[in-house]
Design a binder for this molecule. Structure first.
Ligand code: VGL
Ligand code: ZN
Length: 197
């Protein structure tokens, strides 16, 4: 069984959004067209409470894109984005949601960010996605979405480490590319055995 994992195709990551990924909206129709080829379609949704610890606004004197040390390791500080229930947190209007078997939300813990669809950024607290996939007998994953160098990268690397077969359709992703993050992400994914297609 093979699943399509659609990472964070939400308004805030598209042009006009709070953490817009350049050309993030261009991948939506291609993702919709791919959904029919899979036994399972899973959407992830970045879903932060207001005042989340990954927001620069929660740290006096810090600016978006500053790097800070958190108890679980280094953390990039972001503009406020994907606040629970907001327009920015909604999926892109044209993303086909009806076909989704599961929508998994992440980043709801106020103290820890969660780039990966599998674990929070402490790399130990699970989201439950692994159990869902295993109980359904899904062994192979194709990943698409936003952003390639953060949430897609972390999700793909974690999935490969957990033993899933993982392919990232890079044509159906877009990157933030912050201080070389795109190059680092490509190396991390390749090092973990992820196929970059
Ligand atoms: C993401 C930064 C902060 C992503 C989410 O979806 O790649 N990036 N939250
Ligand atoms: Zn986020």
């Amino acid at each position: 069984m093979r699943a399509l994992i659609v990472i964070d195709v939400q308004n805030d990551f598209c042009p006009g959004g709070a953490l817009a990924v350049s050309q993030g909206d261009e991948i939506v129709q291609g993702i919709n067209a791919l959904m029919g080829d899979f036994e399972a379609v899973i959407l992830t949704q970045d879903w932060h409470p207001a005042g989340h610890s990954s927001f620069a606004s929660a740290h006096g004197g810090k600016n978006p894109y500053d790097l800070i040390d958190m108890p679980y390791g280094p953390q990039v500080l972001w503009p406020d984005h994907c606040i629970q229930g907001s327009m920015g947190a909604k999926f892109h209007m044209e993303l086909q949601q009806d076909r989704a078997d599961l929508i998994i939300r992440k980043g709801y813990n106020p103290a820890i960010d969660s780039y990966s669809a599998f674990f929070e950024n402490d790399h130990t607290t699970p989201t439950g996605l692994e159990g869902y996939l295993r109980t359904r007998g899904i062994k192979d994953l194709v990943m698409v979405g936003l952003a390639l160098d953060f949430c897609v990268n972390y999700s793909a690397v974690d999935a490969a480490k957990l033993g899933f077969g993982v392919e990232v359709r890079t044509d159906l992703t877009r990157a933030i590319d912050l201080d070389g993050s795109l190059g680092a992400a490509r190396s991390a994914m390749q090092g973990a055995g992820v196929t970059l297609a």
